[in-house]
Design a protein around this ligand. Structure first.
Ligand code: PLP
Length: 394
């Protein structure tokens, strides 16, 4: 009889968001007709920007002509898109050959774990986007250190020299805490990784939300990062491409394994073996996002989401709650001291008819917190803010 991969047994039964969906469905089945506002899953809601839609349409139409048809493209992505991503986001710091275009940051995070094998000792922020931990468990990794990120340490881990790790996952602006790392924090991180000869897997999927020019939008703004970091980013939250699918990962050619071999060579091998290139239509859409008109349109959308965050933040703070994030990120991280996250989730669901995400679903240090997303349509955000303002929290 075929044996199950034993590492799968170490995962929790269900991924967080299907669990939330199930609770929502159960509540709706028992209370038909209730109008729920969904501020749970971090999915974009605004229609794709007009300039980008035109490019997506034109790319589809081209495929319907014999001259314009194209099939498989290079696994690493369209060379022009790689070049444009390199110059748009990294200036001179990154060259186009170091940019690998893909179908999603989540998939890239899963594939990146193949680079290191199950012996790697891993550090993960707690709370964190679940894929870092779950993906590592699936690979059979056992040495995982969770680094608590709480208001007391400004939601950024303290790197203690006694911690011996090979890989450090960092997400900034952070999902779920909504906090962006400062330059000083990232400098310490890079110094720690150098000392440990560890590699940082830096998830910058929300970098476009950073408003303060003093806060780095990329780990490669930090001196020395090219020797210790890989950066993962995505068009999902930049341009509402959560359904279109387009992302990229930067692996500097200066990054090496312990044996001196270049990480980029193995990454290229993995990508050309397991991946067949991002959709050619999505890639044309991505090019349009990075054109001046597209960029203007998507930054307006980002500003709109940040206004949503400000509206929600004000409503929550008016109730005396501690609210973190929401300034350089589309997430609010709300503290309910001494309470259980799932109980507060249930209270929001049943009394306010708002779907949120229980903080503990992102790790033990998320206990007592709720995550609210600002990715909503304005009328729903205003309605949610109203419901919060008129509710008496226990
Ligand atoms: N990284 C973080 C921190 C995320 O929150 C998400 C999605 O919510 C992703 C990556 C996934 O991005 P993509 O849609 O490109 O797979």
């Amino acid at each position: 009889m075929t044996k199950r991969n034993p590492h799968l047994a170490r995962l929790q039964k269900s991924y967080l968001f299907p669990m939330i969906h199930q609770r929502k469905q159960e509540y709706l089945a028992a209370h038909p007709g209730v109008s729920l506002i969904s501020l749970g899953i971090g999915d974009t809601t605004q229609a794709i920007a007009p300039h980008v839609v035109e490019a997506l349409k034109a790319a589809s139409e081209r495929l319907g002509t014999q001259e314009g048809y194209s099939g498989y493209g290079p696994e690493q992505g369209d060379p022009l898109l790689r070049k444009t991503i390199a110059s748009h986001f990294y200036g001179e710091r990154i060259n186009p050959q170091e940019v690998f275009v893909s179908d999603g940051a989540k998939c890239d995070i899963g594939r990146l774990q193949l680079l290191f094998g199950r012996e790697a000792r891993i550090a993960i922020q707690d709370p964190a986007y679940p894929v870092y931990g779950d993906g590592s468990l699936m690979q059979g990794t056992t040495d995982i250190h969770f680094l608590p990120c709480l208001p007391e340490n400004s939601f950024f881990p303290q790197f203690d020299r006694s911690l011996k790790v090979d890989l450090i996952y960092i997400c900034s602006p952070n999902n779920p805490t909504g906090t962006a790392a400062t330059r000083a924090q990232l400098q310490k991180l890079v110094a720690f990784a150098k000392e440990q000869r560890a590699i940082i897997l830096y998830d910058a999927a929300y970098a476009i939300f950073i408003q303060d020019p003093e806060l780095p939008r990329s780990i490669f703004e930090i001196e020395g990062a090219r020797e210790v970091a890989i950066e993962i980013s995505s068009f999902s939250k930049i341009a509402g491409f959560t359904g279109v699918r387009l992302a990229w990962t930067v692996v500097p050619d200066t990054l090496q394994f312990e044996d001196g071999s270049p990480v980029i060579r193995d990454w290229s091998r993995i990508m050309t073996t397991l991946f067949n290139g991002a959709s050619n239509i999505s890639q044309k859409g991505g090019m349009a996002v990075l054109e001046p008109q597209g960029w203007r349109e998507v930054t307006q959308q980002v500003a709109h989401y940040l206004e949503n965050a400000a509206i929600l933040k004000q409503a929550l703070e008016s109730k005396g709650l501690d609210v973190f994030g929401g300034v350089h990120a589309p997430y609010l991280w709300v503290r309910f001291k001494g309470r259980n996250s799932w109980d507060v989730f249930q209270e929001f669901l049943e009394k306010l008819h708002i779907v949120t995400t229980p903080g503990v679903g992102f790790g033990p240090s998320g206990e007592g917190f709720l995550r609210l997303t600002a990715f909503g349509l304005r009328p729903q955000i205003l309605e949610a803010a109203d419901r919060i303002t008129n509710f008496s929290f226990s």
